[in-house]
Design a protein around this ligand. Structure first.
Ligand code: CTP
Ligand code: MG
Length: 255
């Protein structure tokens, strides 16, 4: 990775997952939209939005493939992620940043982004960076929840016409105070480094790991600023999400 000035912005892109729910013949980050892999879409969006250098965490067994695809650019470094959890993959990416980005300073903005959100706009990336430059310690995109939300319980044993394992509503959850959270999530370097170091023990299994980085900031009592998220930053999780993503790209092409 080339040397950088203190003003530069860094990113870790998580791409080490297998994509079980998508059910493709390849790791999710290599699935293509318009002939371009999800991880390359994500990289483009981050760079357009102001990220200078990025570390990509790849599935360890496909590390060389990811490197061949991405590392011809001197602003991209590919490292093996972890099969244990997303949190462990982010920690591996941060470690690589520490070792390779000589000009990282305590206050350097660092964005953590999922390759599974390939169509995030450069404008959203810039919003997160701007909030960090304004002094925030943790920044996340949040989107109002459209569906009515209800909590439920599962029937433990069959009885009185209720089948075992069936779900019954407990209550309606007030969605007014809720947001659905996206990436990129942003932090000053010294904050995200310390949060992941302190939480290293919980990264070793999906059961104890957190599903986002802001969760670590919350545990540490750091205020987490919410900026406006967007529909096009949707996460590719199941096959229907690819249909939505292709429709968004078709719309872009018409604009
Ligand atoms: N991720 C990662 N390392 C892991 C698990 C997930 O880097 N051990 C990354 C994925 O590559 C993805 C992001 O974290 O970019 C969000 O995870 P998710 O959407 O759950 O992707 P997968 O874990 O790949 O999918 P699934 O849970 O369906 O297997
Ligand atoms: Mg997963």
């Amino acid at each position: 990775m080339t040397s950088t000035s203190p003003a530069q912005v860094f990113a870790v892109i998580t791409a080490a997952g297998s994509g079980t729910r998508l059910g493709s013949d390849r790791p999710k980050a290599l699935v293509e939209l318009d002939g371009i892999s999800l991880v390359e879409h994500a990289l483009r969006s981050l760079h357009s939005g102001g990220v200078d250098c990025a570390v990509v965490t790849a599935p360890p067994e496909r590390f060389e493939d990811f490197r061949a695809l991405l590392e011809f650019r001197d602003v991209v470094r590919v490292v093996p992620g972890s099969p244990l959890s997303r949190q462990a993959s982010v920690a591996a990416g941060l470690e690589a940043l520490a070792q390779t980005a000589a000009a990282l300073s305590d206050d350097s903005p660092v964005l953590i982004h999922d390759a599974a959100r390939p169509l995030v706009s450069p404008q959203l990336v810039s919003r997160v960076i701007d909030a960090l430059r304004a002094g925030e310690q943790a920044v996340i995109p949040g989107l109002a929840v459209a569906d009515t939300l209800k909590s439920f319980h599962e029937v433990p044993e069959a009885s009185a016409g209720q089948a075992q394992g069936a779900h019954y509503v407990e209550a309606t959850v007030d969605r007014a105070g809720l947001v659905a959270v996206q990436t990129p999530q942003g932090f000053p370097w010294k904050v995200i480094r310390e949060l992941h170091r302190r939480a290293a023990a919980s990264a070793n299994s999906e059961a104890t790991a957190l599903t986002d980085d802001a969760g670590l900031a919350q545990q540490a009592g750091i205020p987490v600023r919410i900026v406006a998220g967007e529909g096009r930053a949707l996460k590719i999780t199941t096959p229907i999400d690819l249909v939505f993503a292709r429709a968004i790209l078709a719309e872009d092409a018409r604009a």
